[in-house]
Design a protein around this ligand. Structure first.
Ligand SMILES: [Zn+2]
Length: 328
């Protein structure tokens, strides 16, 4: 008996990642290409369609369905992208499901990209390890720390999407009542302290007041190079200011994780995205803050870890979504 193959696309501002595969996960073909987002929705959808057709041909398979992870707000039932804040033109009310569905002759399922990555971890990453260890329906939270901060929440084995599919926007819980303005229109959100641009902004502030000497040295005069990776490298080489910057931001993250632990008593809290690559100073601070702040949940049952599937969590989550016929 042949098992049906499915396609998955993770639509990012700069890259389109795609695969064709079967449950397992068994990846039959995969590729990552430039999004060319400046070309607008019609151009990007044409690239997605060609990419899926190419991968299906390469795998030699007929595809049973396609899932697309989108970096913003989607209407899952209507198959419509409502708003992608970081893509040119913002993709307001684009009927992606209908356009791709008629072009490819497939059912097309949409989901927010971080929720799709959370589904990937549930199906094929830490969630699977929980099930293997005897927890049939794990509770899992994923925080994606990148240009923005996204989230996904699984309770008792089920991805929870809430009203309008908007549940899980953990990057926009408040951590500083009078903090910096946020991309969402509010202020002082978690995203304003722990996203890549937030860390870079804080590092620039330090550099301009003559601090963070090892970070300065690594930039060789080009402040535009400041990013989370360089800040982490400077901290690892002994730059106390860079280290303190990471610890301060990570404490805010730790407080939010502590609140999530108290609220949901999760089996696993996963940190993903480029900023999570900072590694030990971030992860250790988050774990220490959770130990300090959580009194109502037995912490020996709560794992706080880096994402296992990394950059592939999204496309693998899409595979899981497509083979479930769009049910989360
Ligand atoms: Zn916000």
């Amino acid at each position: 008996m042949t098992r049906t193959a499915y396609a998955s696309v993770d639509l990012g501002g700069t890259r389109l990642k795609a695969l064709v595969g079967r449950d397992g996960p068994e990846v039959l073909a995969s590729r990552s290409i430039e999004t060319e987002a400046a070309g607008g929705p019609e151009h990007v959808l044409d690239r997605i369609a060609r990419l899926v057709e190419g991968l299906a041909a390469e795998a030699g398979e007929t595809i049973g369905g396609l899932a697309v992870g989108c970096p913003g707000l989607v209407d899952r039932m209507g198959g419509v992208v409502r708003f992608l804040p970081n893509l040119p033109g913002q993709w307001r009310d684009v009927p992606v499901g209908a356009l791709l569905g008629s072009r490819l002759g497939l059912p097309v399922h949409l989901l927010n990209d971080v929720r799709m990555a959370t589904l990937g971890e549930l199906a094929y990453g830490h969630g699977r390890r929980c099930r293997e260890a005897g927890t049939e329906a794990p509770t899992l939270v994923l925080l994606a720390l990148g240009t923005g901060v996204g989230g996904g929440v699984v309770v008792d084995g089920k991805l929870r999407l809430g009203a309008a599919g908007a549940a899980g926007e953990i990057g926009h819980v408040n951590v500083e009542p009078e903090g910096l303005p946020c991309s969402c229109g509010s202020r002082g959100c978690l995203e304003t302290v722990i996203s890549g641009p937030a860390l870079a902004g804080e590092a620039l502030r330090l550099l301009r007041s003559g601090r963070a000497p090892l970070l300065r040295e690594s930039l060789a005069g080009d402040e535009g190079l400041v990013d989370a990776e360089r800040i982490a490298q400077a901290a690892a080489r002994g730059d106390a200011d860079a280290h303190a910057l990471i610890v301060r931001a990570s404490r805010f993250l730790g407080i939010v994780v502590a609140d999530l632990v108290t609220t949901l008593a999760p089996d696993v809290v996963l940190l993903a995205g480029g900023v999570s690559g900072i590694g030990a100073p971030l992860l250790d601070t988050v774990r220490a803050t959770v130990r300090e702040r959580v009194a109502m949940v037995p912490l020996e049952t709560v794992e706080i870890a880096l994402s296992e599937l990394g950059e592939n969590a999204g496309v693998l989550g899409g595979l899981a979504l497509a083979l479930r016929g769009g049910r989360v």
